[in-house]
Design a binder for this molecule. Structure first.
Ligand code: SAJ
Length: 466
């Protein structure tokens, strides 16, 4: 190790290094708090001054994430200092970048990352460490991070150390996963690897693997592509069961008894900010480099088609019941249960498509007040009143305990369809309560009602708005 890295390593081991985290969102805030809790003085920077004011008052938008509030209360003003003033980052020993790298209209928006990178390089001390946690498309550590370092006239391994350490924490379990999950560090040289390892070892209990930045970039995207492809397989089986008149729940249960089969849960769609973009990052870059990974692309399209397919099914049901618009109540708007996050939620596409088809859409969610352009109701009873169709679109715990008789009494005139988009409810109980019950992967009850053949995935995809 050279003299600069030895000095920084010692500071890291003694918790004497000054650490800054750029981006105080889903990943940056928990990360900053865990580092502060392990003894570092941590500056948590965000461009959003409103967010910083909230944090400075001890308030967090991650209230549902176990441990975040407690860590904030314990470390605020002691080891954790939120700020929106970039000058407070000056002379940091370590800067970690945790800003979004979103997809926008078919391209990867790295502008926030670039801005954060420039800020890091102008604030970090000579001989300091810059770590990128934001998800990167392959090759961007080399093409963007290293080239920016060169533009700043800095020399890797002397003036600065750098690594890519992609975040991998699941919303709903952020603190637990940041602490327990294994980490992959993609470092440019041995010193950067050692320093990054020493930094993460301060709070990570899982294994820490060191590799090169390109491998780390691919690993992060492969993990989420793997999950997306596997969910797409479950969704494809659900569609197969629908046309064959079978029940995917039973098919899955029995298939999963096989020692080498582990089918995921089909559902009304795949949402969240990670699975909806990471597979596309891998697809776009690999395609540019000469190989288009079609399986990954097709899986994305299958998952994206799900809410449109069910909007079509619901529309068919309503049209068989009455002429004109129907009342459709959507229960649950978040991309998954018990997490107050509606980013890329399939419920959003379902709502918008039903509105486009001319229906009156009413929505209710116990933990968010998003509406996606529909009528929002704070009270569950109001949201389901007079419904021709009730849809379960998120797997909130509250919905598992729904009083189906009460729900039926509140909904509209017979027939009322209860559509279970997350396979939460018991079919027999729903039918005994007076509903026509159908779910993802089981639409046998609608066979005589829905006469027309439903669109194929390909047809739906070509009609999905950009
Ligand atoms: N879903 C299904 N069926 C399933 C599992 C999930 O339809 O069997 C749906 C969910 O309802 C949701 C979507 O998929 O709409 C994504 O949910 P998720 O729980 O699978 O994943 P995320 O997006 O919350 O977090 C993922 C995780 N990645 C993997 O499991 C490989 C998490 O570990 C990552 O840290 C996170 O992405 C990230 O930040 O990249």
């Amino acid at each position: 190790m050279n003299i600069n890295s030895l000095r920084l390593k010692e500071k890291l081991l003694k918790r004497a290094a000054r650490v800054s985290v750029i981006g105080q969102g889903y990943i940056g805030l928990p990360l900053a708090l865990l580092l502060a809790n392990s003894g570092f003085k941590v500056t948590g920077y965000d461009v959003n001054s409103e967010l910083v004011k909230e944090l400075s008052r001890g308030e967090t938008r991650l209230e549902n994430e176990t441990g975040v509030r407690d860590l904030l209360m314990k470390n605020l003003g002691v080891n954790y200092f939120p700020t929106s003033d970039p000058r407070e980052l000056m002379e940091s020993d370590v800067v970690i970048i945790a800003v979004p790298t979103p997809k926008r209209d078919g391209f990867i928006d790295l502008s926030m990352l670039l801005h954060a990178l420039k800020l890091s390089l102008s604030s970090v001390k000579r001989g300091g460490l810059v770590v990128v946690e934001s998800t990167l498309p392959p090759k961007s550590f080399e093409n963007l991070v290293l080239s920016e370092i060169a533009k700043f006239g800095m020399r890797i391994g002397g003036d600065i150390f750098a690594s890519y350490c992609p975040e991998r924490a699941m919303p709903g379990k952020l603190i637990e996963e940041l602490v327990r999950s294994y980490r992959v560090i993609g470092a440019v040289d041995e010193d950067s690897a050692e320093l990054s390892k020493a930094l993460y070892e301060s709070f990570v209990e899982g294994e820490i693997e060191v590799t090169d930045p390109l491998t780390a970039e691919i690993v992060k995207l492969v993990e989420n592509s793997y999950r997306d492809v596997n969910i797409a397989f479950a969704n494809e089986v659900a569609r197969v069961c629908e046309v064959l008149g079978a029940d995917v729940r039973r098919v899955r249960e029995l298939a999963n008894k096989h020692p080498r089969v582990s089918m995921l849960m089909p559902g009304i769609g795949v949402g969240g900010s990670c699975l909806t973009k990471d597979p596309l990052f891998l697809y776009w870059i690999a395609k540019d480099m000469g190989y288009p990974p079609e399986l990954i692309s097709l899986a994305r399209r299958i998952n994206q088609s799900m809410p449109y397919h069910y909007a079509e099914l619901i529309d068919e049901f309503v049209r068989s019941k009455k002429s004109g618009k129907g009342v459709v109540s959507i229960l649950g708007l978040t991309y998954k249960g018990d997490v107050p996050d509606t980013r890329e939620s399939p419920a959003g596409n379902l709502v918008r498509e039903l509105i486009r088809r001319g229906h009156l859409v009413k929505v209710y969610d116990p933990i968010v007040s998003e509406h996606f352009g529909a009528q929002y109701f704070r009270e569950f009873e109001e949201a389901v009143k007079g419904a021709d169709v009730v849809v379960i679109a998120s797997d909130h715990s509250e919905f598992k305990k729904l009083d189906l008789r009460k729900l039926r009494a509140l909904a509209g005139e017979d027939p009322v369809l209860l559509f279970d988009g997350k396979l939460l409810l018991d079919a027999d109980e729903a039918e005994a309560s007076g509903f026509i019950y159908a779910s993802v992967g089981n639409i046998a009850s609608l066979i005589n009602i829905v006469s027309r053949k439903l669109s194929k995935v390909g047809e739906i995809i070509s009609n999905i708005p950009e």
